[in-house]
Design a protein around this ligand. Structure first.
Ligand SMILES: [Zn+2]
Length: 590
């Protein structure tokens, strides 16, 4: 008797192999049968193959659950069992603790400092983190113990973050990015090794000045010397098999190309010395539009020599989303400010449509931006970017042409671009969002991303699930890889469904040593999706106010996932949470 059987589907098994018709039998959370079907073969359909539950996958694709290795659910996991938006997109495993920021270890009394670090770097509302996080830990192993007790719909693995480690071991000196002494490095190394031994899947560090705490201080560790990085890398390796994740200098396009290439030098040297994978964030930035090719080239050469250096690519441009509910061009106009302070969200949305209010806002001068909070000058960037801010359309189009920019639309309307921008944002009761593809869109198309995706040293990452709540919602990459890259792209070549599934199942699971998942085969974990490829569609991103303390976050769902299964339990049907909580903390490689 199976616990679950999935019949009639077409299996895309995660290895990249051609799809095949097969039924799948599940018992005790594992796949125990993959019965190929040819011709009239009844597979597992008959009553001689009983199951507690049967899912009919006729006409559907059956694929492994997606493994998203670059998320920031480190706080959210302590209050939210669902880990949305990722779990809305067929993701059954997330890895957190990226980019050098996390919540353990923490000294009593330093919780708020870690919150402000995360808020600044990842734009997760500090009030939500403060209200939501339970802080039942001091050490990293205690953090894992606390998370392990939480009910979860999907699996959660995490990494120990350099920022937290530095703050813990070095106090204010670490927080202020002072140089670590030998004693400091030894103390930090002990913490890192202990974390890996307790089950952390990696160590992460941020070296980009684009990542800053609320007070403007770059993430602790940003300027760490090589001996500190190597000391911690060796400690990680001593703890077990784990990944060293880096948001390198220049990751936000803030440094000259030479600086970014120097990062490849030490990362390659480190990977070779410790015999562990190093994975770094890679995007195409305006100032250095071809740097990613050199980075991939170098990573590829290392790989050929058996040194595991992988670039994480983003499946689409980093889409900064602007609109009245979030950041926009008019945040510093006095009339907008005043109305926002006085009115509820609904009232504000109504008043913005009032022609007198519109005229006032459009005619006013901006109040000066403040040095803090971060992003307070965003309005100025937006005002000057009408020629690269796009309407998204419905369903959302992430490879829009220049015809779809605010500037082009304004020209067709014979209007000032800011007036056009205002009116476009007024749509859908002033909830409409416009998109600025900040990285990976220098040529105005996805050709660079296509090339990244073909490279053997590139892994799918950077969705930043759970982060950038007011500005970006790219946790939907897993769905986008299927809809855009395997089905809808019309401005250039596509990939096979088999390829894009592999990119976010076998490949990502393998990088993190999770050999128990990522493939639909006997003995593997029963994490899978039943997907209606004809119906699969991304919803429009929208602002929700459902974080603790009413905090805002951009959220984006999808249609077309008939079911998502985690460890043999159906966690979602047609997008809706079933209430099942089979998710677990992942402790260490398997
Ligand atoms: Zn990140």
């Amino acid at each position: 008797m199976y616990d679950l059987k999935i019949t009639g589907g077409t299996v895309v098994d995660g290895t990249g192999a051609d799809r095949f018709r097969a039924d799948i039998g599940v018992k005790d959370g594992r796949i125990v049968e993959v019965r190929r079907r040819t011709g009239d073969d009844a597979g597992l359909e008959g009553s001689e193959n009983p199951a507690v539950e049967t899912l009919d996958a006729t006409g559907r694709i059956v694929a492994p659950g997606f493994v998203d290795i670059h998320t920031h659910y480190d706080g959210q996991v302590s209050w939210d069992p669902l880990l949305e938006p990722s779990s809305l997109h067929g993701v059954t495993t997330v890895v957190g603790g990226n980019c050098g920021v996390g919540f353990a270890p923490v000294r009593p009394g330093r919780e708020q400092w870690l919150i402000e670090l995360m808020e600044g770097v990842e734009d997760i509302p500090g009030t939500a983190l403060a209200e939501g996080i339970t802080w039942q830990w001091e050490s990293f192993p205690e953090y894992l113990d606390a998370i392990e007790k939480r009910p979860l719909a999907i699996d959660f693995g995490t990494q120990i973050a350099h920022g937290a480690v530095r703050g813990y071991a070095m106090g204010d000196r670490g927080a202020r990015n002072e140089e670590a002494t030998e004693d400091d490095i030894a103390a930090m190394a002990g913490i890192v090794q202990e974390a890996i031994e307790a089950g952390a899947l990696g160590f992460s560090t941020s070296r980009t000045e684009g990542h800053r705490a609320v007070d403007g201080e770059p993430v602790p560790g940003t300027y760490a010397a090589e001996r500190e990085l190597f000391g911690l890398g060796r400690a990680m390796a001593a703890g077990g098999r784990a990944v060293f994740e880096v948001a390198p200098q220049g990751a936000a396009g803030e440094s000259p190309a030479e600086a970014s290439m120097r990062e490849l030098d030490w990362m390659t040297k480190l990977a070779a010395e410790i015999g562990r994978p190093v994975s770094f964030a890679m995007v195409q930035a305006e100032g250095v539009p071809d740097l990613w090719k050199e980075q991939l080239d170098r990573a590829g050469k290392a790989l050929e020599n058996g040194v595991e250096v992988y670039a994480q690519f983003a499946a689409r441009p980093f889409g900064m989303l602007f609109g009245f509910p979030g950041y926009h061009a008019f945040t510093h106009r006095p009339t907008f400010r005043k109305l926002k302070e006085e009115l509820s969200r609904d009232e504000l949305a109504q008043r913005l449509a009032d022609p007198a209010v519109r005229a006032a806002i459009l005619s006013e001068d901006d109040l000066p931006p403040q040095p803090l909070p971060l992003f307070d000058a965003m309005f100025a960037l937006i005002q000057h970017s009408a020629d690269r801010i796009f309407v998204i359309g419905d369903p959302p189009d992430y490879e829009p042409t220049s015809e779809q920019t605010v500037a082009a639309i304004a020209e067709r309307r014979g209007e000032d671009p800011l007036a056009t921008m205002y009116d476009l944002m007024l749509e859908s009761d002033a909830s409409a969002l416009l998109m600025l593809p900040f990285y990976n869109y220098v040529a105005g198309n996805h050709d660079a991303i296509y090339e990244m995706m073909t490279h053997p040293a590139a892994v799918s990452g950077l969705s930043d699930g759970g982060a950038h709540c007011g500005l970006i919602c790219d946790a939907s990459y897993p769905t986008f890889l299927l809809t855009h890259w395997a089905r809808d792209r019309h401005r250039g070549p596509k990939f096979s469904l088999e390829y894009v599934v592999r990119k976010q199942t076998l490949d990502t699971a393998t990088l993190f040593g999770l050999s128990d998942r990522g493939v639909l085969a006997v003995g593997k974990k029963a994490d899978l999706n039943i997907i209606d490829m004809d119906a699969l569609t991304l919803d429009l991103p929208r602002m929700a106010y459902d974080l603790p303390a009413g905090g805002r976050r951009l959220i984006q769902g999808a249609k077309g996932y008939d079911a998502t299964v985690v460890s043999g339990a159906v966690t979602r049907r047609h997008g809706f949470d079933t209430g099942a909580r089979p998710g677990r903390l992942i402790r260490g490689v398997r």
